[in-house]
Ligand binder design. Structure first.
Ligand SMILES: N[C@@H](CCC(=O)N[C@@H](CS)C(=O)NCC(=O)O)C(=O)O
Length: 219
């Protein structure tokens, strides 16, 4: 089996897939697409990903996009360790938790949104940063309420990490990028600590990617 991942150090969606692949212990080749320099619009990559986003996952030549679809596919091709619970209600809850970040928080702060805020509404760098911080904190606050109602034991769905933990950890990654204080979100911070103690999470963090250290200053 060969796996390639079109990825970028800062991409939250790519972070999710890097963690999922590491939890499954599946080796993969990374192909970097610098989405801050517009490489997602290059004709070659446009052919790979019609949405002009990362990640794109390639399994034996078959391409899949959207991090949730990729993580679910990984469970289909290699069942253990499971990233989604088998029980229908638990699986739906895991997906619900995952989508708080994937569908409702993260899409508001991606590069194309930040760019449009500047181009269409004259938002300056400080205003765009404030926008991103706001929507990141909204996601963290939702997770805090959810984790308070159903405390992690020790992970969000139980004994082992699932897509829910991956996405909550991703929300923390966003907070790290915007230098946000997590003290108002103690349950989220505690779960994040537990996740990032695992090598699969820690090594997938944007700040651990080689190109983070060689990035241009404005990236
Ligand atoms: N919902 C998608 C999000 C994909 C996405 O927006 N990726 C970002 C990086 S995290 C991207 O490539 N953005 C390029 C842009 O906004 O121009 C997923 O979960 O895979």
């Amino acid at each position: 089996m060969t796996i390639q991942l079109y990825t970028f150090w800062r991409s939250n969606a790519a972070f999710r897939v890097r963690v999922a692949l590491a939890l499954k212990k599946l080796p993969f080749e990374e192909i970097e697409i610098d989405i801050l320099s517009g490489r997602q619009f290059d004709p070659d990559y446009s052919e790979v990903n019609a949405e002009h986003v990362v990640p794109t996952f390639v399994h034996d030549g078959h391409r899949i996009f959207q991090s949730l679809a990729i993580m679910e596919y990984l469970d289909d091709i290699q069942a253990e360790p499971r990233l989604l619970p088998e029980d229908a209600k638990e699986k739906a809850y895991a997906r619900s938790l995952a989508l708080v970040s994937i569908a409702d928080s993260h899409p508001l702060i991606v590069p194309r949104v930040r760019k449009h805020l500047g181009q269409a509404f004259d938002a300056d760098a400080a205003a765009i940063e404030a926008w991103c911080s706001h929507w990141t904190e909204e996601g963290l606050a939702t997770y805090e309420r959810l984790l308070t109602r159903r405390p992690p034991a020790p992970f969000a769905l139980g004994a082992t990490p699932t897509i829910a933990d991956i996405c909550i950890a991703g929300q923390i990654v966003m907070a790290n990028l915007y230098k946000l204080d997590l003290s108002a979100f103690p349950a989220v911070a505690e779960l994040g600590k537990r996740c990032f103690e695992l090598e699969s999470f820690a090594k997938a963090h944007p700040f651990q990617q080689p190109s983070y250290h060689t990035r241009k200053q404005d990236h």
